[in-house]
Design a protein around this ligand. Sequence first.
Ligand code: MEV
Length: 433
Amino acid sequence: MPNAISGFSKLSKSEKIDWLIDTYFSDKEAARNLVEQYWNTDETIQKLHDEFIENTITNYYLPLGVAPNFLINQKLYTIPMAIEESSVVAAASKAAKFWLDRGGFNAEIISTEKIGQVHFTYDGDFKALKSFFENVKPKLIEDTKDITKNMERRGGGILDIELRPKTEDLEYYYQLHATFETLDAMGANFINSCLEQFAKTFQQEAEHKLEGQLDIVMSILSNYVPNCLVRAEVSCPIEDLKSKDISSPSLFAQKFKQAINIAEIEPYRAVTHNKGIMNGIDAVVLATGNDFRAVEAGVHAYAAKEGSYKSLTHCSIEDGVFKFWIEIPLALGTVGGLTTLHPLVKFALDMLENPSAKELMQIVAVAGLAQNFAAVKSLTTTGIQEGHMKMHLLNILNQFGATTTEKEKLIEHFKTHIVTHSAVVEAIEKIRR
Ligand code: MEV
């Protein structure tokens, strides 16, 4: 076991790498080469990456792919996706093309409210706290003026602050529950700064105007944003679903709807179903420099809002019309954060013609819906492995160090044969014999 190291963050980048290589790697040259291979030769770009986080030693690349032909509210988009899973971009592109020929996707913003809370304890009388809060509320807002003035000039800011007693769930526990409109910013820094100022004012005022002990526990935004909602939808007459791989549209529609019904009542299926949705959502969220952990946490909480974990997509068949939709909370930004810092994020946003946060919410929701459509379509028709393994073929070939000629031959061969790991291994061995 290596010794603990103190002052690591103060070492230079090359000292950090030296320590790491000396401590953990037997083939020191190979390890050093790898770290260096992934450096960016452009010093400005590398410095930018070095400074995103602490202790950067190199870069960790993900492929950036694009899915063209997304018609959303009658506007055509090519959607950027950063993801490592082989079949995701192909599936998104296929679903985009399928719906392009059937009128495209419609998306609408339902709400854009963000939330933050100051959590505190108080051991006195609730009535006194309530009246103290009502008196101090204008000052809470007034004291954040320096933080909010720019946001307010653009039309956003603090929407409201509520006092919420939580003592039935936890002794002495209360919250200031605040709501915000942060426009094109995701708003985390704005919200957290406002909350910390609320906490400071609240505590100071309580010291001489409130009997009983009031202690701030913490101030932080919530990544659960059930009132920052977007809805995306596709629909068409059932007979229009007919395509190369859908010979019986009505059978397909019924089976598809049944698969969605299952994900609405069965958590084991719902989790995988929603994971497929997040394949599309996370890839766009990441490519556009947004916080996919925040989105994931909020989305899954929303999926469980009725007390059991459910599908985020829904399907109906009425009057001969097939309708498939998603309703999802997404707190996204198109200004601030990585959006101006990371050159590829800027590139991705340029590709989307610099959308507002609302437009990006719609694009991301559509990416999730399209991904889910592709997955459920495969699952209820051919099965998932056919398409998935076709895309995974190159990964297996690379794993076995296949040359370009070997790859060409085997890709041709597997156009007419089922791809399984063992079938690929066998085929490689055969052509190498
Ligand atoms: C794989 O990444 C995603 C799927 O499992 C989603 C689903 O089952 O709906 C194919």
